[in-house]
Design a protein around this ligand. Structure first.
Ligand SMILES: NC(=O)C1=CN([C@@H]2O[C@H](COP(=O)(O)OP(=O)(O)OC[C@H]3O[C@@H](n4cnc5c(N)ncnc54)[C@H](OP(=O)(O)O)[C@@H]3O)[C@@H](O)[C@H]2O)C=CC1
Ligand SMILES: Nc1nc(=O)c2c([nH]1)NC[C@@H]1CN(c3ccc(C(=O)N[C@@H](CCC(=O)O)C(=O)O)cc3)C=[N+]21
Length: 298
């Protein structure tokens, strides 16, 4: 049976360190500030945004949330982001995705000042990650959190290990592949056009699932002893819990995979909580940079 990589516990460790460093920074006159912007009323997004704001307050941050109506125009959202860019009390700006269809998310992301882009989605930060300028970049929170989990099992240097990342989104798959490469893994990125995914997955010492398809990755796709990182968050019906109830599952068929893997992340309680912890860490780093202080190693 695989070891469980406890994202909730590791996230608590990270936010504990963030809170300590934040207290030092606050004592020296800079309070880290995070602004979270959400447009529209998607209930799942509301839940995530609320937990981001809550965690920021627990870390001692100045935390502001802007909840805008679904009908908000792209120009109005651009104007809000520009105001946050200019606000010295704000060190991190997160605009919750997806945005309503009439707003171009690319335009909004590129409007965020790169030095406040704690999601790491701006071209400048994507480019810095790609070229290894990690001292001044922001790394996207989900892959950064997944790497910390992996580090607990495999250490920092992944030399000689094969990593397969299933999914090539800009938010998860591609930055994850870049981080694995930076850690010396031999990386393959798989997607919906990949031939014989089960066979490819079986070559992976490190298997990362970021697909968005509930329990797609089966136990017999997993190499014995592999480390499995399940990024997927899928809400599926759970009639056994009562009428209209649902539960969260990952992109990996957990029970099957856990019987074969060496270590595995659960859903919930895996990568999800780490994402929020890394958002706090990125905001702290941003505030340290703004204050001309060396950001702590977390
Ligand atoms: N834990 C967390 O904090 C976070 C979790 N998530 C979760 O992670 C998952 C992925 O998110 P995200 O990257 O944004 O999703 P996207 O929908 O943007 O990307 C999904 C990727 O999976 C690939 N894919 C789809 N179907 C298949 C298939 N049958 N076989 C192989 N590859 C396939 C797609 O391939 P192609 O490019 O060819 O279409 C695409 O590259 C979701 O469950 C999401 O909820 C996301 C962000 C944060
Ligand atoms: N600009 C932007 N940045 C993001 O980082 C971003 C985003 N938009 N849009 C949506 C996705 C998704 N995401 C999650 C964060 C935490 C959990 C999380 O904490 N999940 C808990 C469960 C929460 C629950 O019960 O619903 C867990 O896995 O244990 C999940 C998903 C961040 N995202």
């Amino acid at each position: 049976m695989a070891d469980l990589i406890d994202g909730k516990a590791l996230a608590a460790e990270v936010t504990g360190k963030v809170s300590q460093h934040a207290a030092d920074l606050i004592a020296s006159g800079t309070t880290p500030g995070l602004a979270v912007v959400i447009v529209g009323e998607d209930p799942a997004s509301q839940v995530y945004v609320a937990s981001k704001s809550k965690r920021a307050k627990e870390c001692g941050f100045h935390s502001v949330q802007h909840t805008l109506a679904e009908e908000t125009s792209e120009d109005e959202l651009v104007a809000l982001v520009e105001a946050l860019n200019a606000d010295p009390a704000i060190h991190g700006i997160l605009v919750q995705l997806p945005l309503p269809g009439h707003i171009d998310s690319g335009t909004i992301i590129q409007t965020i000042a790169p030095e406040k882009d704690v999601d790491g989605f701006h071209f400048i930060n994507v480019g810095k990650l790609g070229t290894g300028e990690l001292d001044t970049a922001f790394v996207p929170c989900t892959p950064a959190g997944a790497m910390l989990m992996l580090e607990r099992v495999r250490g920092r240097d992944l030399s000689g290990l094969n990593a397969v990342v299933v999914g090539r989104s800009n938010i998860v798959g591609k930055p994850m592949a870049n981080l694995l490469l930076a850690a010396n893994a031999t990386v393959t990125i798989a997607h919906s056009r990949t031939a014989d995914l089960p066979a490819l997955a079986r070559t992976a010492d490190i298997l990362v699932a970021a697909v968005g398809r509930p329990e797609m990755i089966k136990g017999d796709w997993v190499k014995p002893g592999a480390t499995v990182i399940d990024v997927g968050i899928n809400r599926v019906p759970a009639p056994e819990r009562g009428e209209g109830k649902s539960r969260l599952v990952g992109d990996v068929a957990f029970d099957e995979a856990a019987a074969i893997a060496g270590a595995i992340t659960p859903v919930p309680g895996g990568v999800g909580p780490m994402t929020i912890a890394m958002l706090m860490a990125n905001t702290l780093v941003s505030a340290c940079r703004a204050a001309g202080r060396q950001p702590p190693a977390l």
